[in-house]
Design a protein around this ligand. Structure first.
Ligand code: FES
Length: 354
């Protein structure tokens, strides 16, 4: 039995479920111009981290467990288990209790006969919250879009039972401009820094909500290599995928997809996506773009020449081919729900740490 079959959906949940990946993608494109710069990247990254098409694949799978194994999923990709925690990297997370409450209210009072476009509903709820909190609406639009998608994937009952803000007090007091200027700042290389060529050092921030969540790395090193020297915490205890350092890694050669990260700030300071990274990241299913410096990267391939702020997703997998195949099967009208790919994948072992 799938998650949504356990209880009848409300009219608002039915409205949301009419929106697939393409409708959401168009909605986010429309909303981007109304989202403050501090959350433009973060909102897009969040939608990459929790793809609706993967959620739908699980909803329609006869057996979720074998599907998770087939897609080599490690960590947790299910939003229903991380309703409050999945978006702490958005500036708008500080308004989460009010956004959660307003979206719950909107869902409860939803009248299908008066339904407006999804983007209009998101903007309207964001305006309402912003007015109540006396903040600029652009700071609330991204987190409100996240709330709508979270309700679509987790359901109204689970959604309304949550609503805690989880930010560190000091970080919560920062203004959007402060956050943006911290992201833009590069490390000083000392008085004669301009003469340095190969021995420059850069700071990588991997959780803006934790003042100690930073590591230093050498110029033109890849992000994962730099992270490996950070032994400040017991990484495996925090996340078994973290074999060394804060970024989960395995192959270090763009073969496994373990090390994907979102780039909150400093994407322009990373090397361009090379042919192999571009091809593999599409195969993994994380992103499909020809952009040279996208917001999603493989940390074992992206080399930096400046300070960067990243965000580490709570899971990884290999699902691009599976979802394309599923889409094609559905477009052709076949009833086969679970196309089988990658069955013999040599990476399908439980312990990936060497
Ligand atoms: S560690 Fe395997 S793709 Fe980067």
């Amino acid at each position: 039995m799938t998650t949504t079959e356990t209880s009848a959906k409300t009219p608002f949940e039915n409205f949301l479920s009419e929106h697939g990946e393409e409708a959401w993608s168009a909605t986010i494109t429309t909303l981007l111009r109304s989202i403050h710069d501090v959350d433009k990247n973060a909102t897009q990254i969040w939608f990459y981290f929790f793809p609706l098409s993967l959620f739908d694949a699980f909803e329609h799978a006869d057996e979720p467990e074998p599907l998770a194994q087939q897609l080599l999923l490690r960590g947790n990709c299910h939003l229903k288990d991380q309703i409050d925690t999945s978006h702490t990297f958005l500036y708008g997370h500080r308004y989460w209790p009010e956004v959660n409450s307003a979206v719950t209210n909107h869902a409860t009072n939803f009248n299908p006969s008066e339904a407006r476009a999804l983007s209009d509903q998101i903007l309207s709820v964001a305006q309402e919250v912003a007015w109540k909190l006396k903040v600029d609406p652009s700071l609330v639009v991204g987190i409100t879009a996240v709330a709508f998608m979270t309700m679509q994937q987790a359901g109204l009952v689970a959604f309304q039972a949550q609503g805690k803000m989880l930010l560190d007090k000091k970080h919560a007091r920062k203004s959007p401009d402060q956050v943006l200027s911290e992201r833009a700042k590069d490390d000083s290389q000392g008085l004669l820094g301009f003469l340095k060529t190969i021995d420059k050092k850069w700071t990588i921030t991997y959780d803006e909500n934790d003042a100690a969540a930073k590591y230093r790395m050498n110029n033109i090193q890849d992000l994962a290599w730099g992270a490996a020297s950070d032994q400040s915490r017991n990484w495996r205890e925090i996340d078994p995928r973290r074999c060394e350092g804060p970024i989960p890694v395995e192959c270090r050669s763009a073969s496994c997809g373990t090390c994907w990260v979102g780039i909150l700030g400093g994407a322009e300071k990373l090397s361009d996506v090379a042919a192999r990274e571009g091809k593999k990241i599409k195969e993994f299913g994380y992103i499909d773009t020809a952009e040279p410096k996208p917001l999603i990267r493989l940390a074992c391939q992206a080399q930096t020449h400046g300070a960067v702020s990243i965000v580490i997703p709570p899971w990884n997998g290999v699902f691009g081919k599976y979802l394309r195949s599923l889409k094609q099967t559905q477009a052709e009208g076949f009833d086969s729900k679970t196309p089988v790919v990658n069955k013999q994948n040599p990476l399908a072992s439980n312990d990936h740490c060497n």
